[in-house]
Design a protein around this ligand. Structure first.
Ligand SMILES: *Cc1c(COP(=O)(O)O)cnc(C)c1O
Length: 357
């Protein structure tokens, strides 16, 4: 992107720590966390374990590392995990579980709501037979593509998994978005799962870091794996302090991001040539008529509005967050209206409403 991105809707990872978070970072008490000496990391881990209703927690460098560690903690080499085709830990993490963990994925189609059919899960669980990898784990994601997994679904899927002796992991990179959208304590969303991975660096606005929570024995194993993967950080309290600040100040306000995503989606949906998803949280998908897709993307970029474009710019992803508020939404909508003004809407092929993930 050549022009400066002034209004950055590409992802909620782009948030920059503000002054108050930087002050918390500056004031952090630190120690060598690999030796177990960093009081701020310990506080963050205890706080997260508590909030998620789990025994223990581990501060890690990224969501990708957190998922990989969780998969490796649950599965041995030659084991298998059941996961959605669109799941981040399967599709967007460079195949790490297979490459580094020797863990075979068994991907299943995600339904439009992000769920996996119970029937598909049940059929994918392998019997104990030397022909097959050993099915050990079910991995779900919440939110997935910005959609909130219903609590009843998480209960049903994990109960099925447990009947077959599987452990259950939740990629909860944005689980706080789900909790805020459902107006439920996040521990309720975590309860059906053994382990949950949570990103501090997305909508919560910290510069880096994720936390893996779960049973003490699994987290102890995870701690060894974190060291093995090169993720043992020393004075990590300067990052954990940002995480603690985010937990204190940036959870309730996720509701603002959701409201902004709704008004963004509403405004975009009024334009010809666009088909817009109804956001449950902070992510809006937009399908753009092919004949204007590249021009529209270039127009937004030239106006300093950053979005993620895929499939020849016929699909856009807009994400709201801390650093794009009402004013940014208003600016982006004006830029989009400006593009379509004077275009004959009848000349634009109507865009079929695609499934968004
Ligand atoms: C971003 C994300 C991750 C990975 O987090 P990183 O910190 O970017 O490695 C994992 N899962 C989901 C659902 C995500 O959105």
């Amino acid at each position: 992107m050549s022009t400066t991105v002034r209004y950055d809707f590409r992802s909620d990872t782009v948030t920059r720590p503000g002054l108050a978070m930087r002050a918390a970072i500056a004031a952090a008490e630190v120690g060598d966390d690999v030796m177990g000496d960093d009081p701020t990391v310990k506080r963050l881990e205890e706080r997260m374990a508590d909030m998620l209703g789990k025994e223990a927690a581990l501060f890690v460098s990224s969501g990708t590392q957190s998922n990989l560690i969780a998969l490796m903690a649950h599965c041995e080499r030659g084991d298998e995990y059941i996961v959605g085709q669109n799941a981040h830990c399967y599709r967007w993490e460079a195949g790490g579980a297979a490459v580094l963990g020797g863990i075979q994925p068994q991907p299943l189609n995600n339904q439009a709501d992000g769920s996996l059919l119970l029937k598909d899960i049940e059929e994918a669980i392998k019997p104990d037979d030397p022909h097959f990898a050993r099915t050990r784990l079910l991995a779900l994601e919440n939110t997935i593509g910005g959609k909130v997994l219903p609590l009843s679904y998480a209960d049903a899927a994990t109960m099925l998994a447990r009947r077959h002796g599987l452990a259950c992991h939740l990629d909860g990179a944005r689980v706080f978005n789900a909790a805020v959208a459902l107006r439920l304590p996040v521990s309720m969303l975590a309860r059906p799962f053994d382990t949950v991975s949570v990103c501090l660096s997305k909508g919560l606005g910290a510069p880096a870091g994720s936390v893996l929570v779960g049973p003490a024995a699994v987290v102890a194993k995870a701690r060894r794996l974190r060291k093995m993967l090169g993720g043992g950080l020393r004075q990590a309290g300067i990052l954990a302090a940002a995480g603690l600040y985010a937990l204190d100040h940036h959870i309730e306000r996720l509701a603002d991001d959701h409201a902004n995503a709704k008004s963004l989606a509403q405004g975009l949906s009024e334009l010809p040539g666009l088909s817009v998803s109804v956001p449950a949280t902070n992510i809006v998908f937009v399908d753009v008529a092919a004949e204007v897709a590249l021009d529209f993307a270039n127009h937004l970029a030239a106006q300093g509005v950053g979005v993620t474009s895929v499939y020849g710019a016929t699909r856009q992803r807009w994400v709201t967050h801390l650093d794009v508020g009402e004013q940014a939404v208003a600016f982006a909508l004006a830029a989009a209206r400006d593009f379509f003004a004077g275009r004959d809407s009848r000349s634009l092929a109507s865009v079929p409403h695609a499934e968004h993930s």
